[in-house]
Design a protein around this ligand. Structure first.
Ligand SMILES: [Fe+2]
Ligand SMILES: [Fe+2]
Length: 243
């Protein structure tokens, strides 16, 4: 693990071939306590940053990206859904990377991004793929899972890495970059307290679709990246959500 900012503890680690996890531990005032924000940088001919992180940590994320490649090389700034930690600094990124576009699902582009962002989005339809070079991304629409109408996830098909956003969110600030131990228990403990799911009745169908893609790396936005039988873990999540 390479620390890119000593003060904040922001660090970067390659969790799959060409896929870097940028992690910033934080303390959230008002009871939540320790937490973490992760962004994923996919280094390729057309580099992609998935999630920007909250606007307030833009300088930290920029510094971490710059430790791997010149930020102006970025071509896509991706997001799962519209919240500050997913896309708070989108326009800052569009400014420092003049050839980049927002990358999101069709609903996000229609409802928010094509208005909020300084440049039009490259909007992906459900199931559509986008080639970055060596890496190929596939978009999955997951409306309201875990929350937000426009929500969706991306799977990198060569490394079978699912950029699973807020699924399996683990509380706390200190996590190993990668773990093979249980993350469902810790993420369920967090969900019981924060109730951040929408309670959509379609969760099982959508999780089954993600499971069918058979990811072996789950790149969580909050907490550790997990390695193992992703299909099994996604089905276990479906079971606890709708027993
Ligand atoms: Fe979220
Ligand atoms: Fe998030």
């Amino acid at each position: 693990m390479h620390i890119t900012n000593k003060q904040s503890g922001t660090n970067i680690y390659e969790v799959a071939d060409g896929i870097y996890r940028i992690n910033t531990p934080v303390v959230i005032e008002g009871g939540l306590g320790g937490f973490s924000f992760n962004q994923f940088l996919i280094v390729d001919d057309a580099p992609l940053l998935f999630h920007t992180g909250p606007r307030k940590i833009f300088p930290l994320v920029r510094e971490a990206v710059a430790s791997v490649l010149p930020v102006e090389r970025l071509r896509y700034i991706g997001l799962s859904h519209v919240e500050a930690d997913e896309c708070g600094s989108l326009n800052d990124w569009l400014t420092v990377a003049p050839q980049s576009s927002p990358l999101c699902g069709k609903v996000a582009a229609l409802v928010s991004i094509d208005d909020m962002a300084d440049r039009p989005a490259r909007a992906l339809a459900d199931g559509e793929t986008l080639t970055l070079g060596k890496h190929t991304m596939r978009w999955f629409d997951t409306p309201h899972l875990p929350h937000a109408w426009e929500c969706g996830f991306m799977m990198e098909e060569q490394t079978r890495t699912l950029l699973c956003g807020d699924l399996f969110t683990q509380g706390g600030a200190e996590h190993p970059a990668i773990t093979e131990s249980d993350i469902l228990g810790p993420s369920e403990a967090f969900r019981q307290v924060m109730d951040y799911y929408s309670h959509t009745q379609n969760a099982r169908v959508m999780l089954e679709r993600l499971a069918s893609a058979e990811p072996t790396t789950l790149a969580c936005m909050h907490g550790s990246t997990w390695k193992g039988d992703g299909a099994k873990l996604l089905r276990a999540l479906a079971d606890v959500l709708s027993p």
